[in-house]
Design a protein around this ligand. Structure first.
Ligand code: IMP
Ligand code: MG
Length: 187
């Protein structure tokens, strides 16, 4: 029987990061973050929608108190090429940012535009501190000079999906991160 998941698996050229590796990576990040944010007023800011899975797993492993909020931005136009411009699709409406130590949670950093824009935006809006964590980093793709405060894993310049990351809204539910077969997005 062909299940929905095995159809998704069929579109993957290679599993890049297994479920076990993701789990270990998120545990390591959670330890570093818990150590650094002891005694602070941590607000986890999940960047929708790609970071949903990562945020959920990360917060379960934190040993410090945290709040959670979300923003939605778009930098990707259609397909697999970055659009270059950041649009805020869902903003943060809070009046207590001056008391908050914000940790922006991104699934992946590519050109660097999204994270560098958001750090400036939230700092200008008065946040007490703003740092960033990216589960995945494609350093070879950087167009804006920016390094996240915490990085899970560096990956090569390949379009990846799974663990929250999508292509055309699909594949987010895969438990691993895989390289999508180019014929899926070139057909
Ligand atoms: P940046 O602003 O170019 O750094 O783009 C970051 C955003 O691009 C991420 O939050 C993702 O939504 C998207 N993105 C970049 N590379 C990939 C990929 O390989 N797969 C899926 N989404 C990606
Ligand atoms: Mg994203």
């Amino acid at each position: 029987m062909t299940t929905h998941k095995s159809q998704l698996d069929n579109d993957i050229a290679k599993v890049l990061i297994t479920e076990e590796e993701l789990n270990a990576t998120v545990s390591r990040l959670a330890e570093e973050i818990s150590r650094d944010y002891a005694g602070k007023n941590l607000l986890l800011l999940c960047i929708l929608k790609g970071s949903i899975v990562f945020t959920g797993d990360l917060m379960k492993k934190l040993s410090v108190p945290c709040e959670i909020d979300c923003m939605k931005v778009s930098s990707y136009g259609k397909g697999t090429v970055s659009g270059g411009r950041i649009n805020i699709l869902l903003d943060l409406h809070r009046s207590d940012l001056t008391e908050k130590d914000i940790l922006i949670i991104e699934d992946i950093i590519d050109s660097g535009r999204t994270l560098s824009y958001l750090v400036d935006y939230l700092s200008l809006n008065g946040a007490r501190s703003v740092k960033t964590v990216a589960l995945l980093d494609k350093p070879s793709r950087r167009e804006v000079e920016y390094a996240p405060d915490y990085v899970g894993l560096e990956i090569p310049d390949e379009f990846v999906v799974g663990y929250g990351l999508d292509y055309a809204e699909g594949y987010r539910s895969l438990p691993y991160v895989g390289i999508l077969k180019p014929e899926v997005y070139t057909k």
